[in-house]
Ligand binder design. Structure first.
Ligand SMILES: [Zn+2]
Length: 738
């Protein structure tokens, strides 16, 4: 289906587009910052209606969808497609009671208690509150149409990831055993032999960059191409005007409130049943359900006490080792400490001074100051020595502490993480360097998969003369990936590393002022000014190149990557609109609280949100005002993650700390936190066979309470709510206009 989108569709920008984009760049360089908001607003509003239908990408899926009369089928198709990245929907079924399971058997005294709880929970019926269907105004019906259109668009944008690893190649229990202390072998969740790379033949498909996106040059090999940039910017504009319409916001707010009230009624009527059914689950409790930290930056994955201990030990044992070059002179670790006027004995947590929340609000709304906290004792050179992969010691210290973190994860057994490593886009050699660091230090753990984060720092490299234009930034990131996917024998270390990378992320300060994007944007090759492009500009070009790369890698039977950017931590709500169209799931998303229509869309599409209320508390949203509990009650696909344990958390188990605080403050039940942990498994990039082993399935509503600790009745409730909303939205959204 995706392959029907021909290259010509993307190449639709004409001469007038060039002049408009040149104008955009000129304004960007010359205009006063204060003018951005007003001038961009007028620019975007004047484009309304400018997009002729012929310029839009051929909506193959949308057209075929509209020819189907059954609302149920459409709703089902949507669930199924949405599920493709981390979920797969179960077929639509009429409302029914959850499946009956067998009582626990073969147990002694405790078993009798469990059996009694099981019998009691089975005898309590699942109680539903009957909610009549609302009567909709013409505005509401129009809103349903707009919602259907956006949901269908999202389906068209997303790349469907195909598993390439055989599901039956090994038993998940084998992997878990490999992580136990004393019996350690090198295995990762993606492979039992992650460092063995089979030779593969080269591909004869060549790629070149055109308008900021890599495309196949010999076209007989049809590689799927993404939606064109101008269509994305135009869709973004449509979505933005939809979500800012007042009558739509009212309707969405009412639906979200109703969902929240439904949850409250559900809890009131079924808490006893939930409590007993969880009690009856032999062996399983919250401590031994799998919890995945879906959103955590690798260079901040250890806690502060751990880093402190590690630094002291290194100075003691390797004090004479040369570790850094400063002013043409190589310094040993001891000399670095002398130059800072510090002895290792003096070091304590307060001298290290990395906790963001120890600073009496000095980091609140100050992303720059939060970032400075990454420097131990405020010294950039200690950050370079201990927390970088590419330094004088070739990242040895960071690799050493990473292995200790792996040991902690192995000891906890039930906690997993998706650590993000940075690729900056400054040079094409970054990938090979990062992969060597990973490969040479053998950084695999059964509890860890990797992600790559791209900081939005083009402007800094442009200013320092390292880059000429934004196209170079994109090409530094993607060219090595196309190259290695074409000729994998050139760098087996990079091949092995990429097999362990599950997704891409974009990061940086969203609160910084930016000019809104409009339909006729300059291409990345034209973007040669020192201003940073807007968030949604980065978003599109990373998405589009990833899309082509995924398509190529699928053809080559290689692993593919999901797109899970940071979005909605701060700044314009439009960031979340762009992410709705192109991201598989996102990190943060707190700004959804500002826009009910968009929040409702995120609910309907069940876009995953890896939220970090403790991190938000240091930066953009106080803990008590965090929308996490509201989103959870409404049924958005939310989970808890740590973001930066080094700057935020106090204990050896930062993820459990995050859950613990949320549980206390937001008054969450065991069923609630188990559901949140189950969401983390579903949102993650861990292989399906592990998801089945951990929660009983990899599809949206598949569940085995004996593995997930989530009562079946809870999943049933969530499913009924989502189906009811889909049925209503599609019923009115598919009606001909009155
Ligand atoms: Zn983050």
């Amino acid at each position: 289906m995706v392959q029907s989108h021909k290259l010509e569709k993307r190449r639709s920008s004409g001469a007038s587009a060039k002049s408009t984009s040149a104008e955009y760049l000129r304004k960007l360089s010359l205009e006063d910052e204060d003018d951005w908001e007003t001038s961009s607003d007028s620019a975007t509003s004047s484009e309304e209606g400018n997009v002729s239908s012929g310029e839009r990408r051929s909506p193959t899926r949308r057209e075929s969808a509209t020819s189907i009369n059954s609302v149920e089928m459409l709703s089902n198709e949507l669930l199924e497609r949405e599920a493709s990245q981390s979920f797969e929907a179960v077929p639509h079924s009429p409302v029914q009671n959850p499946p009956v399971r067998n009582p626990p058997v073969g147990l002694g005294g405790a078993g009798r208690t469990l059996a009694a709880a099981f019998q009691a929970s089975e005898h309590i019926p699942y109680k539903r509150a009957e909610i009549p269907e609302p009567s909709l105004t013409p505005y509401d019906k129009n809103f349903c149409k707009a919602l259907v259109s956006m949901l269908e668009k999202r389906k068209n944008y997303l790349y469907k990831i195909h598993t390439v690893f055989s599901d039956d190649s090994w038993d998940p229990k084998e992997l878990e055993k490999s992580g136990q202390a004393g019996d350690y072998i090198e295995a990762s969740p993606m492979s039992m032999t992650p460092f063995k790379v089979a030779a593969r033949e080269d591909s004869d498909i060549d790629f070149g960059m055109e308008n900021g996106v890599y495309i196949p040059l010999n076209e007989e090999h049809s590689i799927a191409v993404p939606v064109a940039a101008k269509v994305f910017f135009s869709d973004l504009h449509d979505l933005s005007s939809m979500m800012n319409s007042a009558p739509y916001a009212t309707f969405a707010h009412r639906r979200l409130k109703l969902l929240q009230e439904k949850f409250s009624l559900y809890q009131m009527l079924n808490s006893e049943k939930e409590f007993l059914s969880i009690k009856a689950l032999s062996h399983r409790d919250f401590y031994n359900v799998r919890k995945i930290d879906n959103h955590v930056h690798h260079s901040a994955c250890m806690n502060q006490k751990h880093l402190l201990r590690f630094i002291k030990k290194r100075v003691r044992e390797e004090g004479d080792k040369p570790v850094i070059m400063r002013d043409g002179k190589v310094l040993s670790l001891k000399e670095v400490f002398e130059s800072l006027g510090l002895s290792p004995y003096d070091l304590n947590i307060d001298v290290l001074d990395m906790h963001a929340h120890n600073t009496k609000n000095t980091t609140f709304h100050r992303f720059d100051k939060f970032n400075q906290k990454f420097n131990p004792t405020g010294e950039a050179r200690l950050r370079e020595i201990f927390l970088k992969t590419n330094n004088y010691v070739k990242g040895k210290f960071l690799a050493g502490i990473t292995k200790e973190v792996f040991d902690d994860l192995a000891a906890s057994k039930y906690q997993m993480a998706e650590y993000r490593l940075s690729i900056y886009g400054k040079s094409k050699s970054e990938w090979a360097q990062l992969a060597s660091w990973w490969y040479d230090n053998k950084l695999v753990s059964p509890n860890v998969v990797w992600m790559v984060q791209i900081p939005r720092l083009y402007a800094i490299y442009k200013k320092s003369g390292e880059l000429d234009n934004f196209g170079e930034f994109i090409s530094n990131i993607f060219e090595p990936l196309f190259e290695i996917s074409k000729c994998p024998n050139k760098d087996p270390k990079l091949v092995a590393f990429l097999d362990n990378v599950v997704g891409f992320d974009i990061v940086d300060d969203e609160s910084r002022h930016e000019r809104k994007v409009h339909r006729e944007m300059p291409t990345p090759e034209e973007w040669d000014v020192e201003k940073n492009p807007a968030y949604n500009y980065y978003l599109y070009y990373i998405y589009a190149n990833l899309y082509v790369l995924n398509s190529f890698r699928q053809k080559r039977n290689m692993s593919q990557f999901s797109f899970r950017p940071h979005a909605g931590e701060a700044g314009d709500v439009d960031h979340l609109a762009g992410a709705f169209l192109v991201a598989n799931s996102i990190n943060h998303g707190i700004n959804l609280k500002k826009n009910p229509a968009l929040q409702y869309l995120y609910y309907l599409a069940q876009v995953g949100l890896a939220m970090s209320p403790l991190s938000n508390n240091c930066l953009f949203c106080e803990y008590s005002k965090n929308p996490f509990p509201t989103f959870f009650e409404r049924g958005l696909n939310v989970t808890l993650s740590t973001d930066d344990p080094l700057l935020i958390h106090m204990t050896k188990e930062p993820l459990v700390e995050e859950y613990s605080i949320a549980m206390q403050v937001y008054k969450l039940s065991t069923a609630d936190i188990s559901e949140i942990a189950r969401n983390s498994v579903m949102q993650s990039g861990f292989p399906k066979r592990l998801k089945r082993h951990w929660v009983g399935g990899s599809k949206m509503f598949e569940n085995n309470p004996y593995q997930s600790n989530v009562p079946d009745v809870r999943i049933q409730f969530r499913k009924e709510c989502l189906e009811a909303e889909h049925q209503m939205v599609y019923k009115y959204g598919m009606m001909p206009s009155e």
